[in-house]
Design a protein around this ligand. Structure first.
Ligand SMILES: Cc1ncc(COP(=O)(O)O)c(C=O)c1O
Length: 465
């Protein structure tokens, strides 16, 4: 069949998909029993499926479509680049104009300590690069015993061996005996789920101090780096208490270890700053990036490298034996460049900080009055609703974690809104171009979805009638 087509009946597309397509992060047996939803078109914040249904993309694809879908300008820039130079590598003392221009642009928009980017094709590859680069850095600095990287439980840093290991997703670790040696995890700053009787502020300090204790236990001379997302995305949009990042920063300033802020979700305007680190006032040494770098139009990732790390990995000479065939791919670089130009021209970062961010946040937080919602939180344009069986009681969760979240997600899809379920919370991360009117529609669809889910749970006897 012709890959670009939506001329085929849905049933036929589903049957072929079930027969030949192995989906990521999917129970394929279960999916094939139900059938995939076939998405055929996208424009702005709207998706269309093979049945002609319009669906509001509350997740910006997978947290990536900052400028919205279907912008001709990106397609034209990529087409032009492909006619000129569709591919060349950046290994053997070669480079090309798009990757040069993109490197310069990233140095311009990132915090002042960053002037170099190492390119790859995804967030997972970016974190594999981090894993190897921090170890190479310490080798170069004459401290090869500094090897351990500390991450956080329920953090997400991708799905490759290094990404899975640095992340703290226990279900992922269980498949394949991960993490790899040399990785440790501390607790996450998830007050709603794990804060017990502490205030958010006390809890923020307490979990941050686990970093201090872990460094002391392992020995500072053995710790290479600490890695964390400014706001955990895939873990459930965990927005840390206000005390958390200041305390982590204090600890890191006193210790001779590298700080890696994984900006794959928080980067490129999601929090109303170019990078999430700027929102929290933290100063990382390395920043893995992907997703919003190209708004998902083509796959590209990278690691922003601070002058301090560059001095170690480059300044001392010697080859870093690491790279990818597609590092700095010219067509992907062209897509990234035009995407960043659009973000700048349309002032999307400022828009999230001062306009659509506060607008949607106020309406999203108002969903907190729903009987099914224990907490409605949002920073910038990334938010979550915690679904609970007994409002006002943070300690009581639904039995069989994830069932209610999945039910709510499926109802939401049916209502024409994509929200993602993480355990029993609902997540949104819409395109930064979403209009006020579309934001109103999103919230109205979310409320209808909560009502429908509540009614279904009542029917099932899972909440008080
Ligand atoms: C914070 C973070 N890091 C890394 C990744 C992995 O990126 P990719 O799926 O492009 O490999 C993700 C993906 O969701 C992410 O959220």
């Amino acid at each position: 069949m012709n890959g670009a087509s939506n001329r085929y009946p849905t049933a036929e597309l589903r049957a072929l998909d079930a027969a030949h397509h192995f989906h990521p992060f999917t129970d394929t047996l279960q999916l094939n029993a139900e059938g995939s939803r076939v998405i055929t078109n996208a424009k702005g914040v709207w998706l269309t499926d093979s049945e002609g249904n319009r669906i509001l993309d509350g997740m910006a694809g997978l947290w990536c479509a900052q400028i919205g879908h279907g912008r001709d300008e990106v397609a034209e820039a990529v087409y032009k680049q492909m006619l000129e130079l569709p591919y060349y590598n950046t290994f053997f003392k070669t480079t090309h104009p798009p990757v040069i221009a993109l490197s310069e642009k990233l140095a311009e928009i990132s915090p002042p300590q960053f002037n170099r980017t190492f390119f790859c094709s995804s967030g997972s590859e970016a974190n594999d690069t981090v894993f190897r680069m921090v170890r190479f850095y310490w080798d170069q600095m004459g401290k090869p015993e500094k090897k351990v990287i500390i991450g956080r439980w329920n953090g997400y840093h991708g799905s490759t061996l290094a990404g899975t290991s640095l992340g703290g997703m226990k279900a992922m670790h269980e498949q394949g005996d991960l993490p790899v040696p040399g990785v440790r995890h501390i607790d996450q700053p998830y007050w709603f789920g794990e804060g017990g009787d502490m205030s958010p502020e006390d809890f923020g300090i307490a979990v941050a101090r686990q970093l201090e204790r872990a460094i002391d236990e392992i020995g500072e001379d053995k710790v290479a780096a600490f890695i964390a997302e400014p706001i955990q995305g895939a873990g459930g949009v965990i927005i840390p208490p206000s005390t958390y990042w200041p305390e982590i920063s204090r600890i890191l300033k006193e210790r001779d270890i590298l700080f890696v802020a994984d900006e794959v979700i928080c980067g490129f305007g999601r929090l109303g700053t170019w990078f999430g680190s700027e929102y929290f006032g933290i100063e990382p040494d390395l920043m893995p990036i992907a997703k919003g770098l190209t708004s998902g139009y083509l796959p590209m990732g990278g690691v922003l490298v601070s002058d301090k790390v560059a001095e170690g990995v480059i300044g001392k000479g010697g080859e870093f034996y690491h790279g990818y065939t597609y590092s700095g791919h010219p067509a992907c670089a062209a897509a990234a460049l035009v995407n960043l130009e659009i973000i700048q021209r349309e002032k999307l970062v400022e828009r999230v900080a001062n306009d659509i961010g506060p607008y949607l946040q106020a309406r999203w937080r108002a969903l907190g009055d729903h009987p099914l919602v224990g907490e409605a939180r949002m920073t910038g344009l990334v938010g979550a609703l915690e679904l609970v069986p007994e409002k006002g009681n943070r300690k009581k969760a639904f039995a069989d974690t994830g069932t209610v979240g999945t039910l709510c997600r499926d109802i939401s899809f049916g209502n024409g809104l994509i929200m993602r379920a993480v355990r029993d919370s609902m997540i949104i991360s819409p395109p930064l171009v979403i209009s006020h009117d579309e934001a109103d529609q999103l919230v109205a669809l979310a409320r209808k979805t909560l009502d429908d889910t509540w009614a279904e749970l009542k029917r099932q006897g899972k909440v008080a009638a």
